[in-house]
Design a protein around this ligand. Structure first.
Ligand SMILES: [Cu+2]
Length: 157
C-alpha cells in the first residue's frame, strides 16, 4: 500500500510538472509535511535506541529535516553510508515525496536515554525543519524484530 501510494504520488508529481510546462502561472505550493509509520524497536542497550518513521510532503516545495529533540534523552539524525552510520546535518524531504527513516538507512539515534523504554510505551520526539514548523511525533516502542507493513527493511528505494 505504501509503495502503491508512493507510485501514485510520483505519477501525480510528474503530471503536475508536465502541466506546468509552458505556463507561467503560480508559484509552487508550500511544503506540507506529515509523519507516519513511526516506531522505536525496544532498545537492546539501556541508553541507546533507534527510531524510524516516514515524513510525507504533499506540497510543491521541498523541505529539509534539520534537527530532532526529545525529553527521553539526546537524539540526533543519522544516515547510513556503506553500512556505517554518521550524523546527518540535514536530510531532504522532496516536494511531493517522502523522507524514509528505516532500519538499515537513515534513522533517529537516541543516546543517553534517561530510562530504558519498554514495549507498549511511546517516546515523543520533535522534528524540526528548514521551512516548515516543527512536528511532534509519538514513537510506539515495538519488539526488536518489528517491521512496519509495506517496508522491506532495505534502504535505497
Ligand atoms: Cu545511528
Amino acid at each position: 500500500m505504501n509503495r502503491r501510494s508512493a507510485a501514485t504520488a510520483l505519477t501525480g508529481a510528474l503530471a503536475l510538472l508536465l502541466a506546468g510546462c509552458g505556463s507561467d502561472g503560480g508559484s509552487p505550493s508550500p511544503a506540507e509535511l506529515s509523519a507516519g509509520s513511526a516506531y522505536m524497536p525496544r532498545p537492546v542497550s539501556p541508553t541507546m535506541a533507534a527510531g524510524f518513521l516516514v515524513i510525507t510532503n504533499k506540497g510543491g516545495t521541498g523541505d529539509e529535516l534539520t534537527s530532532v529533540a526529545s525529553d527521553a534523552g539526546d537524539v540526533s539524525v543519522h544516515r547510513t553510508v556503506n553500512g556505517v552510520m554518521e550524523k546527518a546535518d540535514r536530510l531532504p524531504v522532496p516536494a511531493h515525496g517522502r523522507l524514509v527513516l528505516e532500519s538499515g538507512g537513515s534513522h533517529l539515534m537516541f543516546e543517553n536515554l534517561r530510562r530504558r523504554p519498554q514495549e507498549g510505551e511511546t517516546v515523543a520526539v520533535e522534528l524540526r525543519f528548514a521551512r516548515s514548523g516543527p512536528l511532534t511525533v509519538e514513537l510506539p516502542v515495538k519488539p526488536p524484530t518489528y517491521r512496519p507493513a509495506g517496508q522491506t527493511g532495505t534502504s535505497g528505494h
